[in-house]
Design a protein around this ligand. Structure first.
Ligand code: GLO
Ligand code: MG
Length: 346
């Protein structure tokens, strides 16, 4: 049904990262935004994702007029390069006012800051020509259960979502769930939670989700099932494909790097649901390994795209008839082997 569809690809400036981890400094020198933009196009990508402060560095220190001016300049740069802005996300996890959470901080002044910053982020998105706001609720959770009232936090999240929906009548909010890291437990850990909280807002139709493969795996879930679930609601508006080797720190490995079969099943789920038909992008939220030399540090992006396209082919050449016969016969051992041999190739 979706045989001739092609996909549009995307990554963010933070995906060309410098190798810092909690135990050591950077291992590669920083690159300029212009360099990243030029590389994006060369690698066959179509759009860029933005945090609000990727678009306007040091956004909190700037006046509304200055933010508008810098956004206008960025928009021109993107148009000249033929690159779209896929989304803008408020980065609510760096500022001292978000130490105890953004929308769910126990301090009302800090909650106010988080909302005001999010409204500014919406203005930036408007100017960049995207109606998509991505909300990764980095610090909306707790380190210890007793520190916050989880019931009140749900109300606070709804209040924040409602303020954003009221600020702009066309904007869509795409929630990116993650069960942990940096928090011990996050309040919106899965797609089920994201779609459920959407129903509590003033305009549920404009609140959807973004699935990141690694985040689903960290929640002990299968990302392909998360895709099918979200797409049953028509609410998968963006996607962060990557990979994750079990329940560890968030690894953001290249797509298919840890488990090719799990990656294959994600591609099959996207294919059967027609992901991309409404202009959605395939984004890779991947990072280079810390050991990567500057000369090779775009490989994780081009490799992820390459693996994705190869898996699209695998999905379109999957021996469906044979598989259906085995399913009808309940011969799942043979079905299992059919999948393995299909992935291994000739
Ligand atoms: C971290 C998230 C993060 C978000 C990004 C966009 O685990 O995946 O990279 O995707 O900040 O909001
Ligand atoms: Mg992500």
């Amino acid at each position: 049904m979706s045989q001739n569809r092609s996909y549009k690809f995307c990554f963010g400036p933070w995906n060309i990262s410098e190798g810092q981890d909690p135990y050591g400094p950077t291992t590669r020198p920083p690159q300029s935004f212009d360099w990243k933009l030029a590389k994006l196009k060369k690698l066959g990508f179509d759009a860029m994702m933005f945090h609000d402060d990727d678009a306007v560095p040091d956004i909190d220190a700037k006046s509304a007029a200055q933010v508008r001016k810098e956004t206008r300049e960025l928009k021109k740069k993107l148009s000249d390069a033929g690159v779209a802005a896929e989304m803008v996300a408020p980065r609510l996890w760096f500022d001292p006012r978000t130490i105890d959470g953004g929308y769910t901080s126990n301090d009302p002044k800090c909650r106010r800051y988080a909302i005001e910053r999010s409204l500014r982020c919406i203005d930036v998105a408007n100017q960049l020509g995207t109606d998509l706001i991505v909300l990764w609720f980095a610090r909306e959770g707790s380190y210890i259960r007793e520190a916050k009232n989880a019931r009140r936090c749900v109300d606070q999240l709804v209040t924040a979502l409602d303020r954003m929906l009221a600020h702009d009548k066309t904007i869509r909010l795409s929630i990116e769930p993650k069960p942990n890291e940096p928090m011990d437990h996050a309040y919106i850990p899965t797609i089920g939670h994201a779609l459920a909280i959407a129903q509590l807002t003033r305009d549920p139709k404009r609140v959807g989700c973004l699935i990141e493969s690694a985040h689903a795996i960290l929640a002990g879930l299968d990302p392909a099932d998360e895709i099918d679930f979200a797409m049953s609601f028509g609410k998968l508006w963006s996607l962060h494909l990557n990979d994750q080797n079990g329940l560890k720190f968030d690894q953001d490995k290249p797509f298919g790097s840890a488990n090719l079969r799990v990656a294959f099943n994600q591609v099959r789920a996207l294919e059967r649901n027609g992901y991309g038909r409404h202009g959605e992008y395939v984004c890779f939220d991947v990072h280079p390994f810390r050991t990567t030399k500057p000369a090779h540090w775009l490989a994780h992006l081009s490799n992820s795209r390459r693996t994705f396209l190869k898996l699209v082919k695998k999905s379109r050449t999957y021996p469906e008839k044979q598989a259906q016969a085995l399913i009808a016969d309940r011969d799942y051992a043979a079905l299992d082997q059919l999948v393995i041999e299909h992935l291994l190739g000739k």
